[in-house]
Design a protein around this ligand. Structure first.
Ligand code: PMP
Length: 300
């Protein structure tokens, strides 16, 4: 399938307070965000016209900027409104929404105190990160790149710079014929895939790593709540790679990946089973509920 470059599409993009034509949303090459990765972003999904957990994404975006030392010059209400308006302006009810905040052009040095902070929101159709055949399970390679210590990188921020690790790991995996990479952390513990958290079914319970050096995904938290509702035990703990052989089912959870079964990790094979299917179905039903029903369902 031929890829259409992102700057060769039509539509509208929200930029610093207003919607502008997609093709006019051009950035100067001497922007701090481009040179020094002083940028944070979100990945959201709209289903049937509602952006799932919009406020949680907006709050994480604001917090991601604060961790990098900047304040996005829009309130959470304004950012929510911008996301909804962008979706509507592009005539989408289902799709992926991408807000991004970055440092501007006033200074181009490690010090960036004088830079202005910008915000844009774009959206586009994006059915699933792993495509339509994901239900039979994706194959993960073991990455050689590791998730860094939280004193080495701003690991709680959805910071653009952290994605260089993911891109390198994912490219290695793709070159070896896999769909994605499973990364260990700096201690050698299982952490996450390049854009999604990971869950293991072991002896009927759901096990997932403690997110102390990678994103505590909004989908991850949602899946945990859905599992508890089904009386499935959820155990958040350090998981070592040699324990993965004892898992009967494995799946990924993320906004773009949604709930995606895993059928291989390196030499290990898994068969998507009942717990994965149940949570996948519960997640698909939940995201299509109206926002007040979502809250009621998860708090029940
Ligand atoms: N880890 C990484 C590296 C990610 O990019 C994402 C996607 N934002 C996640 C985990 C899952 O987060 P969420 O469920 O909030 O999308």
């Amino acid at each position: 399938m031929a890829l259409i470059p992102f700057d060769d599409r039509d539509g509208e993009i929200w930029w610093d307070g207003k919607l502008i034509p997609w093709r006019d949303a051009q950035l100067h090459v001497l922007s701090h965000g481009l040179h020094y990765a002083s940028a944070v972003f979100e990945g959201e999904r709209a289903y049937d016209g509602h952006i799932f957990k919009l406020r949680e994404h907006t709050e994480r975006l604001i917090e991601s900027g604060r961790i990098l030392g900047f304040e996005i010059p829009f309130s959470a209400e304004q950012i929510d409104t911008a996301c909804v308006a962008t979706l509507a302006a592009n005539g989408l009810t289902d799709g992926y929404v991408r807000p991004l905040a970055w440092r501007g052009t006033e200074q181009l040095s490690v010090s960036a105190q004088q830079t202005s902070i910008h915000l844009m929101v774009a959206c586009w159709p994006w059915p699933n990160l792993f495509g339509a055949d994901r239900l039979s399970g994706v194959r993960l390679a073991m990455a050689t790149w590791k998730r860094p210590h939280p004193e080495t990188a701003p690991t709680r921020s959805k910071a653009a710079g952290l994605y260089m690790i993911g891109t390198m790991a994912k490219h290695d995996a793709e070159a070896a014929g896999y769909s994605d990479a499973l990364m260990l952390d700096w201690r050698g513990q299982v952490s996450e895939a390049t854009g999604a958290n990971i869950f293991f079914v072991i002896d009927g319970a759901l096990h997932t790593p403690i997110p102390d050096c990678f994103l505590d995904g909004i989908t991850r938290r949602t899946v945990i709540a859905l599992a508890k509702r089904r009386q499935i035990d959820v155990i958040e703990r350090a998981i070592m790679p040699d324990e993965m052989a004892g898992a009967s089912e494995v799946f990924l959870a993320g906004t773009a990946a949604e709930v995606t079964p895993v059928r291989e990790i390196g030499d290990l094979s898994f068969t998507p089973g009942r717990i994965t299917e149940t949570l996948l179905g519960d997640y698909e039903a939940l995201v299509r509920m109206a926002p007040d029903q979502v809250a009621a369902r998860l708090n029940a």
